[in-house]
Design a protein around this ligand. Structure first.
Ligand SMILES: NC(=O)CC[C@H](N)C(=O)O
Length: 348
């Protein structure tokens, strides 16, 4: 069945729809990872976004049920140049088309993803619709204008507390859309993990007497989370706090810094970051559209992005508070940054 991507600026790409056949609106972003489409699909931070992969062949190793970053796909649409119809891998359990159908996500193939990415790179990310209908441009424009993503974290967070037993440090995880490999990384270090819904009150978190509070990754604009920022403020100075991506941005806002939107975001598996404390350069996995544009006065920059010099990590000058913007848990992407979890636990 024919399908179209219509961007906010009126650009139209025609291709073939696959997966779940139903119109969908989102912010159109691109990811440059060469593999790891399954981790991208299931990372809750993509909630509200239509993702286009720049790698030209997607789906060739199928989908397995082990490498999921959460229990379902969160993207609003998935755009590829060529979809593989014959996945082949010893772990393959289903093909991409079936997985997207099951998760009610529309796919679009046969798109010139290089041209699409260049538009997003030159003009910035913008909203778009994948549609099967011949809707008028007027109609599409008003639908796109009405689309917002302000409830993203509230949508993806767990509704119930979850406990993962361990003998080591007691970690309280604030779930803003936490990736499974973050929980696996703490579990691998024998931590006793309690995962709390995003809007849990500080008293309840402090009630378990955690050794470390972790602020997770998650979708949307950190500035939309005023109530969460108030809650984090209550935790400052009481326990060591660490964060990744959205968690890092929320820490910055809580401590008096500012966040802004990047023109086209950082999404991929090969972003170079310098760890200023280690004096080493690492290749990192990234997925963010916002960044810390003004540092809080009491924090120091620990990491910088070598492509555009943006802040990629920070540490408090006096308190045990430390966070990174990129994804040390990888998935998809290089695992070289796993050492950050040891640095987190050094604060206990
Ligand atoms: N992976 C994340 O936590 C993303 C954080 C935030 N939603 C952003 O796009 O910048």
């Amino acid at each position: 069945m024919k399908g179209k991507l219509i961007l906010e600026d009126g650009t139209i790409f025609e291709g073939k729809a696959f997966g779940y056949l139903g119109d969908s609106i989102g912010e159109v972003v691109f990811n440059t990872s060469m593999t790891g489409y399954q981790e991208v699909l299931t990372d809750p931070s993509y909630y509200g976004q239509i993702v286009t992969m720049t790698y030209p062949l997607v789906g060739n190793y199928g989908i397995n049920l082990e490498d999921m970053e959460s229990n379902k796909s969160h993207v609003k649409g998935f755009i590829v140049r060529e979809k593989s119809n014959d996945p082949n891998n010893f772990r393959c359990e289903m093909d991409l088309d079936t997985y997207l159908k099951q998760n009610k996500v529309i796919g679009l193939e046969g798109i010139d993803t290089r041209a699409l990415t260049k538009i997003l790179r030159n003009n910035g990310t913008m909203k778009g619709i994948i549609t099967l209908e011949n809707a008028s441009l007027e109609d599409v424009k008003s639908k796109l204008e009405a689309f917002t993503n302000t409830e993203a974290v509230r949508t993806v967070t767990r509704k119930e507390i979850e406990h993962i037993k361990g003998e080591g440090a007691k970690v309280a995880v604030m779930d803003f859309g936490v990736k499974q490999n973050i929980l696996r990384s703490f579990a691998k270090r024998n931590c006793d993990i309690t995962v709390f819904p995003a809007t849990t009150k500080p008293e309840e978190i402090l009630g378990i007497n955690p050794d470390l509070i972790f602020l997770s990754n998650g979708p949307g604009d950190p500035e939309d989370l005023e109530d969460v920022i108030e809650n984090i403020n209550e935790l400052i100075g009481k326990k060591p706090i660490v964060g990744i991506c959205l968690g890092h941005q929320l820490l910055a806002l809580t401590l008096g810094g500012k966040t802004s939107k990047l023109k086209f975001g950082h999404r991929g598996g090969n972003h170079p970051v310098k760890d200023l404390e280690e004096n080493k350069i690492f290749i990192t996995s990234q997925n963010h559209g916002y960044y810390v544009s003004e540092m809080p006065e009491n924090m120091e920059v620990t990491h910088i992005n070598l492509n555009d010099n943006t802040v990629e990590g920070m540490r408090h000058k006096e308190l045990p508070i430390y966070s990174v913007q990129y994804h040390p848990e990888a998935c998809p992407g290089p695992k070289d940054n796993d050492y950050i979890f040891d640095k987190f636990l050094e604060l206990v």
